[in-house]
Design a protein around this ligand. Structure first.
Ligand code: NAI
Ligand code: MG
Length: 496
């Protein structure tokens, strides 16, 4: 690992990386992609159809490689393997819970060993800055595996007191075959967020990575085999949503499907589950997350945190700080500082340690973001900076700050999923609560104030699964805890 303390200079990384003195890892040079086939029963297999599809580097537009394309017939094979692996008497079903924990720890160890390669591959396939892949995605993935490894032998049932003639108890059992359909914004983290809890509890899994980003999931197949998971416990099916994804959602042999992605596809998944075997469904869809900054907040910190919330991962995050409500007393100052801060972001080659901002994932998504930026200008919001395409090659958008955003505008209502910060003005507490809640979404919210009474009041009043206080993007999934109502950032909480 090369040392280069100056690489993280300035605030371009918006406080996302470890301190200045931390060793700076370097990406793997001349990356070789070894695993491009479908992973079923711990074996690499060709697609039944013989089809392949290409995956591209969004920073350059260059093709990285072709990958075997799983379709319905491959899903059938994978379901058969996963069912056999979960049957009573199988090695996996007979393994004691601590054994499952040990395998998850072993997988985490192997990810540590391959951390540079996985981070490089993730950046090449998604365009996200390498340092972010290394310090955020890999760190979070490895910790998630270890977290669930610890849970494996600690999941207990209950006894219920009924009358003397009965002993009544609950026992937690695996659901069976779990399908996981994941998106392209955090391919490796999502892969681990889905498999770790399922495996911890003794299920078997089918994972369909997004068609834009199949590579790290496939590499994980090799590590899963090396760790010693029995054949059929994890099966990986690179392919498209309307074919492989739809086949998983409607399969009679799949007992549960977990999906992260668009609301539109979430509805299709739930319908398919209802039309087939009423499989259980978990959906994690979009957000239009309010972020409320009061006049008493530490403005410097608030500007930095909120902008990190808006631009992190090129804005491609469901919990992005996408509606920023600022107290009228500090509004002008907040906008001014946000513009100044946005200009410090360094867009460019994701492998360069100075780069803090990468390209969008693909042309279709880039076009959607540019259309929304145009709609913001047309509807009368003021584009303070950025919002234009950066280079001829690749899909870079200079991070945009809009002021004067009104609730009715499309940029204030629709999930942009791009580097666009929308700043709105508010006057009173009651008003901002009502406006923040006036949305179809309810994923996350953030509050910046030094007044703890107000923060606690908002944690109840805001209709969202998570309320952050003095921070954004603290992924609760990283710790495996689900939706705390309030998530304090200690240095700010101590201000009072
Ligand atoms: P998408 O929902 O189409 O794709 C997500 C996953 O679902 C991919 O693996 C895809 O292959 C699969 N899929 C697509 N159609 C399917 C179907 N009919 N049946 C089963 N699986 C299917 O999302 P897309 O098109 O990549 O992005 C569209 C918008 O969705 C984004 O602009 C963003 O607003 C939102 N999104 C939200 C994410 C989140 O983290 N919650 C992640 C990705 C997208
Ligand atoms: Mg789609």
């Amino acid at each position: 690992m090369a040392q280069n303390g100056s690489a993280q200079n300035g605030s371009a990384h918006n406080g996302l990386l470890p301190g200045k003195d931390a060793a700076i890892p370097r990406p793997v040079e001349a990356l070789q992609v070894r695993y491009k086939e479908i992973f079923i029963n711990n074996e690499w297999q060709h697609s039944v159809s013989g089809n392949k599809f290409a995956t591209y580097n969004p920073a350059t537009g260059a093709k990285i490689c072709d990958v075997e394309e799983a379709g319905g017939a491959d899903v059938d094979k994978a379901v058969e393997a996963a069912r056999a692996a979960s049957q009573q008497g199988s090695t996996w079903a007979r393994m004691d819970a601590s054994g499952r924990g040990q395998l998850l720890h072993k997988l985490a160890d192997l990810m540590e060993r391959e951390r540079l390669l996985l981070a490089t591959m993730e950046s090449v396939d998604t365009g996200k800055p390498f340092l972010h892949s290394f310090f955020i995605d890999l760190e979070g993935s490895i910790k998630t595996l270890r977290y669930f490894a610890g849970w494996a032998d600690k999941i207990q049932g209950k006894t219920m007191p009924v009358d003397d003639n009965f002993v009544c108890f609950t026992k937690h059992e695996p659901i069976g075959v779990c399908g996981a359909i994941i998106p392209w914004n955090f391919p490796l983290l999502m892969f681990v967020w889905k498999i770790a809890p399922a495996l911890c509890c003794g299920n078997t899994v089918l994972v369909k990575p997004a068609e834009q980003t199949p590579l790290t999931a496939l590499h994980m197949g090799a590590l899963i085999k090396e760790a010693g998971f029995p054949p059929g416990v994890v099966n990986i099916l690179p392919g498209f949503g309307h074919t492989a994804g739809a086949a998983i959602a409607s399969h009679m042999g799949v007992n549960k499907v977990a999906f992260t992605g668009s609301t539109e596809v979430g509805k299709l998944i739930q319908e398919a589950a209802g039309r087939s075997n009423l499989k259980r469904v978990t959906l994690e869809l979009g957000g239009k997350n309010p972020c409320i900054v009061f006049a008493d907040a530490d403005l410097r910190k608030a500007v930095e945190e909120v902008q990190q919330g808006a631009f992190f991962n090129q804005g491609q995050a469901c919990t992005a700080a996408s509606r920023v409500f600022v107290d009228e007393a500090v509004y002008e100052e907040f906008v001014r500082r946000s513009v100044e801060n946005a200009k410090k972001l360094v867009a460019g080659d994701p492998m360069d340690p100075r780069t803090s901002h990468g390209p969008q994932i693909d042309q279709q998504h880039f076009d959607k973001i540019m259309r929304l930026i145009e709609s913001g200008k047309r509807e009368g919001a003021k584009l303070e900076c950025g919002g234009f395409a950066l280079q001829d090659k690749g899909l870079f958008i200079q991070p945009a700050v809009f002021s004067g955003v009104q609730d009715h505008m499309r940029i204030a209502k629709e999930e942009i999923f791009g580097p666009v910060q929308c700043i709105l003005k508010f006057k009173t507490l009651e008003e901002v609560i009502q406006r923040a809640n006036d949305t179809e979404y309810g994923l996350a919210a953030a509050v910046f104030t030094k007044n703890m009474d107000r923060a606690l009041r908002l944690s109840n009043a805001l209709q969202s699964g998570t309320v952050w206080y003095g921070s954004t993007h603290m992924y609760t999934e990283i710790t495996g805890r689900s939706h705390p109502k309030i998530f304090l950032r200690s240095d700010i909480a101590q201000c009072r």
